[in-house]
Design a protein around this ligand. Structure first.
Ligand code: SF4
Length: 382
């Protein structure tokens, strides 16, 4: 592997898979239910040795990089770690990352407890919970290993989070996977009842070879119609929840920059560390083909410096994949807003990633609706 001279790596996010197993079994989950069984060969939790190597790598980047970067602790289910392992992990991270470096945990919410939150609070770590909507929406896909809905347990966890004395800091927001058959108004109102500070809505995984669930064809706009209904209630709410995807699209239409990958023209530098310390690509790529989330020459942070890797040709090539290559996208008048969507949604067996997003029609429908809304408010747009 060729390494360039070490320069500021411009790292945005390190997503760390601290636990390889999950206590529930969402039917749409790309980790466990899309044919890839890499998780079964991994240790259940990140070991102290791997955590040590991770922290050494992060410390090196803190010194070499001007801007701060964020850490997202993921799984599996990160709270399966339990109190002692969690305390050790967060303490180790905070020893190398000053408090203004955001650390957050993405959880299914079931194992949230007051002692767990006290540990998060002590080390200034916020918590985001995955929940798809009201009971009938959530329980359709987010189920236990015995196919039982998890709604009641997740809401109980969110209520503990809301009640904590440091909730203003701890409660980062919600993450919801869209079901286009659900009612977006009911979903939005329910999230307001949960006092969500923000909601990240995600399209379901899928690509041109395996269409997303409840999308009839690449030309159909089920998800776009759902998002436009969400836009309507959001715009007419005098005290709206932050909805990142809409905020980012609106921002990019009035000349601002987006905050996350999968939209706009900003390249983000995101790296994934698997439970055993292997440096990986975005693990949502697992939903395309077996091994799509692996680098050609896999490295482990126990043997290699993450800083060196971020300066390597292989990582640079991967970073460039965020930019769409298909001529339809390159000639698209909405490229600066849509950005060609998430990489995983461009895949087809025939062309690899050289396609527009499978959500192209949905995106165009939504962007058009946002443009019309901005025009109503006489907001200047690009
Ligand atoms: S996916 Fe469609 S809307 Fe998005 S940039 Fe490509 S062509 Fe344009």
């Amino acid at each position: 592997m060729a390494f360039e001279a070490q320069i500021d790596p411009g790292l945005d996010t390190v997503l760390v898979k601290v636990a390889s197993r999950c206590n529930i079994n969402c039917t749409y989950c790309y980790v466990y239910n899309m044919g890839d069984d890499n998780w079964a060969h991994l240790e259940k939790f990140m070991t102290p040795e791997t955590i040590g190597a991770l922290c050494n790598s992060l410390a090196e980047i803190v010194v070499r990089q001007r801007k701060c970067f964020s850490i997202v602790l993921h799984g599996g289910e990160p709270f399966l770690l339990g109190e002692a392992r969690l305390r050790f992990l967060l303490k180790s991270l905070r020893q190398v990352l000053p408090e203004h470096y955001p650390i957050s945990i993405q959880t299914n919410g079931i194992l949230i407890s007051w002692p767990i939150l006290d540990i998060c609070s002590k080390f200034k770590v916020s918590v985001a919970v995955s929940i798809d909507g009201p009971e009938e929406v959530h329980n359709k896909y987010r189920v236990t290993h015995n196919d039982k809905g998890t709604f009641d347990q997740v809401v109980a966890g969110i209520n503990i989070l809301k009640a904590h004395t440091d909730a203003h800091f701890l409660y980062a927001g919600l993450l919801a996977v869209i079901d286009p058959l659900s009612d977006p108004v009911a979903v939005y109102r329910f999230f307001k009842e949960l006092d969500a500070p923000s909601v990240d809505f995600l399209y379901k995984d899928g690509n041109h070879t395996k269409l997303p669930l409840n999308k009839a064809s690449v030309f159909s706009i089920e998800y776009g119609v759902w998002m436009v209904a969400l836009l309507e209630i959001y715009i007419n709410d005098i005290n709206p929840i932050k909805v990142r995807v809409l905020d980012d699209m609106i921002k990019s239409l009035i000349g601002g920059v987006v905050t996350k990958e999968g939209m706009g023209l900003t390249d983000f530098s995101i790296v994934i560390i698997d439970t055993d310390g292997t440096i990986m690509k975005n693990d949502t790529l697992k939903s395309t083909y077996n091994g799509a989330d692996k680098f050609d020459q896999p490295l482990n942070i126990k043997d290699a410096s993450l800083l060196d890797f971020l300066n390597s040709d292989e990582f640079n090539e991967y970073r460039k994949m965020q930019r769409p290559s298909n001529s339809k996208c390159l000639n698209c008048s909405e490229l600066h807003v849509c950005g060609g969507g998430m990489i995983l949604n461009r895949w087809s067996k025939e062309n690899g990633f050289d396609n527009p997003s499978v959500y192209c029609s949905d995106q165009l429908y939504l962007i058009n609706a946002i443009r019309k809304t901005l025009a109503q408010y006489n907001l200047q747009h690009a």
